[in-house]
Design a protein around this ligand. Structure first.
Ligand code: PLP
Length: 402
């Protein structure tokens, strides 16, 4: 038989979420009457708001007419790319610098093809697991050494450094994955911090892949929503973003990636041209129905709905954070992001996860699944129906009883 790709062997057993799902199944089998509430995953729970939904329906309906039918749209509908530029970047990017995708995760995976197996990779520790696991799949990292993957520079983000890494650890001529507001910590980097990041990347000849999937949750007007608000970023950064978390498109699938024309490799070639080539080769564009929904989402009525939907989840985050703080648990996040990162000093996160599941029948995410620095943290997600979140908060109160 054919040989297995050795990079796949390097992936540590059990991607975080399948492992959590397995433990949930085991718990449910042992406690058939338990009513488990999930504050674990980052999947959205509320219906797509009506104006945006009508955009999707209308997009589907048009496909059944001769005049409205469309096929492949490669980098995305020009109208959508231009609207993304207007809404999120003050019109600073041309249509050919914005590539519409089937989601940020898919683009993060495809972006790794631009840099190949030999590239040093740095990630915030903790971070969204796709940066690391995707790097292992392309051969840029791995195998697992017991504490982390070889080839990955883990940049600890803890209470001691205000959840912003020590930039002197950055590799030269490497890829830096940076997510703000961060999944899982919920911390959002300020302008000074992002300016320092861009300066460090330029000095090191490294490239930032900036994941802004939660930018629409930022409420503090002083916090940057995009890396391109920072001077110099056009020559050292790519930004990925998504309609998933602001508009409830986790199942619809729609995102975008910005690759400025000024961004060059060490040899002087344009990264934008290569990204167009990669997308044209292995991706035939996002669904035209999703794009019709995306266009509706970026009209004034759609933007209002996005604001209301993200406000709703932020309301959940506030409840969870207050419930934890009442127990004396130190936590960050939740103010400008849908995640709360709670500290359980001296304890192992899988043990705390098991304890909360056992005593409260609430599902969370153990911090160690996001990197070594998460070992004594738990991530609480604010994606849930209000009634469930309120009930979960009530049950969490029992943790204070020893
Ligand atoms: N980036 C981050 C930081 C995420 O947390 C997620 C999903 O949880 C994604 C990207 C995935 O986005 P999409 O649904 O657009 O693939």
């Amino acid at each position: 038989m054919i040989n297995r790709n050795p990079c796949i062997r390097n992936i540590k057993a059990g991607y975080l979420f399948p492992e959590i799902a397995k433990r949930r199944r085991e718990f449910a089998a042992a406690h058939p009457d338990a009513k488990i509430i999930s504050l674990g995953v980052g999947n959205t729970t509320e219906p797509i708001p009506p104006y945006i939904d009508r955009g999707l329906v209308e997009g589907a309906r048009k496909l059944g007419t001769v005049e409205g039918y469309s096929g492949y749209s490669d980098e995305g509908l020009l109208a959508l790319r231009q609207r993304i530029s207007e809404v999120f970047y003050q019109g600073d990017f041309a249509g050919d610098e914005i590539f519409v995708s089937d989601g940020a995760k898919c683009d993060i995976g495809r972006l790794q093809l631009l840099f190949g197996a030999g590239i040093p990779v740095a990630v915030q520790d903790p971070s969204y697991p796709v940066y690391v696991d995707g790097s292992v799949l392309t051969g840029a990292a791995g195998p697992w050494s017991g504490t982390g993957y070889e080839g990955i520079t883990y940049l600890p983000c803890t209470g001691e450094n205000d959840f912003f890494p020590d930039l002197s650890l950055l590799p030269a001529q490497g890829l830096i994955y940076f997510c703000s507001p961060n999944n899982p910590t919920g911390a959002a980097a300020n302008r000074e911090q992002l300016t320092a990041l861009v300066t460090a990347a330029l000095n090191k000849g490294s490239l930032i892949i900036f994941d802004a999937a939660y930018s629409e949750y930022i409420r503090d007007p002083k916090l940057p929503k995009s890396i391109f608000e920072i001077q110099g970023a056009r020559t050292c950064a790519i930004e990925v973003n998504s309609f998933s978390k602001p508009a409830g498109f986790t199942g619809v699938r729609l995102g975008w990636t910005v690759v400025p024309q000024e961004l060059m490799y060490a040899g002087g070639e344009r990264v934008n041209a290569d990204w167009a080539r990669v997308c044209g080769t292995i991706f035939n564009g996002a669904s035209n129905i999703s794009q019709a929904g995306g266009l509706a989402a970026l009209e004034p009525e759609g933007l209002k709905e996005i604001r209301e939907l993200s406000d709703f989840y932020l309301g959940n985050a506030k409840l969870i954070r207050s419930a934890l703080q009442e127990l004396g648990i130190t936590c960050v996040g939740g103010g400008n992001s849908p995640y709360i990162w709670a500290h359980f000093p001296g304890r192992d996160s899988w043990e705390v996860f098991g304890d909360i599941l056992e005593r409260c029948q609430v599902l969370t995410t153990p911090g160690s699944g996001f990197g070594p620095a998460g070992r004594s943290f738990i991530r609480f997600s604010a994606f849930g129906h209000r009634q469930d979140v309120e009930e979960a908060c009530k049950r969490l109160g029992t943790l204070g009883r020893g």
